[in-house]
Design a protein around this ligand. Structure first.
Ligand SMILES: [Zn+2]
Length: 212
């Protein structure tokens, strides 16, 4: 009998080997790994070779390793399992914004310099103002201003960060600015960072990915 075989995902070869070797400590078992993202019901069930002297978490580790190496799953240091759709820590997750225009819908990457505020760049061939392609937008989609550079847009976000809780909905944040007597200060803060004149109403922006 051999004890030096590492636990491996089940293959036809290892099954036939185990069947021929009644003394082997390895046996096939069915292991299911569930995605730990709230609301996600994805799971993966597979047959794995484990040994009689492995504890439950060691057996689960075999499945986790296999899924991470072969199926795009992630097992975090915190102990969570994420399916291929949800793999990647929140810090690495790419925020995206969908832009609607006459030409159709396109998706662009975005950042969140202030909780609830998004900054993204409109591709040149979709930008209504070619010199002001950087958008500062409320997370629900409403554009607050257009800027020449990412630095300007991020600076404007910082300047207005304290005027409202931008993670709230658009109506609530607008009320917070209005009731706080900050309407003029808000406009001046955007203009101070080179915000384009407000004559232009940017393309409708839908709710970005990443919302709960
Ligand atoms: Zn998932």
């Amino acid at each position: 009998m051999t004890n030096d075989r590492a636990p491996v995902p089940l293959t036809a070869e290892s099954v036939s080997e185990i069947l021929r070797d009644p003394d082997s400590p390895l046996f096939p078992t069915r292991i299911t790994v569930f995605c730990d993202r709230y609301g996600c019901e994805t799971k993966d069930t597979g047959e794995y070779m484990v040994s009689t002297d492995m504890a439950g978490d060691q057996r689960l580790a075999v499945a986790r390793q296999h899924l991470a190496d072969n199926a795009g799953w992630q097992h975090t240091e915190e102990g969570d399992d994420f399916c291929p759709v949800h793999a990647g820590s929140p810090a690495q997750a790419q925020l995206t914004v969908e832009l609607s225009s006459a030409a159709g819908t396109l998706t662009v990457g975005a950042t969140e310099p202030v909780p609830g505020l998004r900054v993204f760049e409109i591709p040149a061939d979709h930008a209504p103002l070619p010199d002001h392609r950087w958008v500062l937008a409320h997370h629900e989609g409403r554009a607050l201003g257009l800027f020449a550079t990412a630095g300007d847009a991020n600076g404007a976000a910082s300047a207005v960060a304290s005027m409202a809780d931008w993670t709230r909905n658009a109506m609530t944040t607008a009320n917070a600015i209005s009731l706080g007597g900050n309407v003029e200060r808000f406009a001046l803060a955007l203009m101070a960072h080179g915000c384009a004149p407000a004559a232009y109403q940017p393309a409708a922006v839908s709710r970005p990915d990443g919302e709960v």
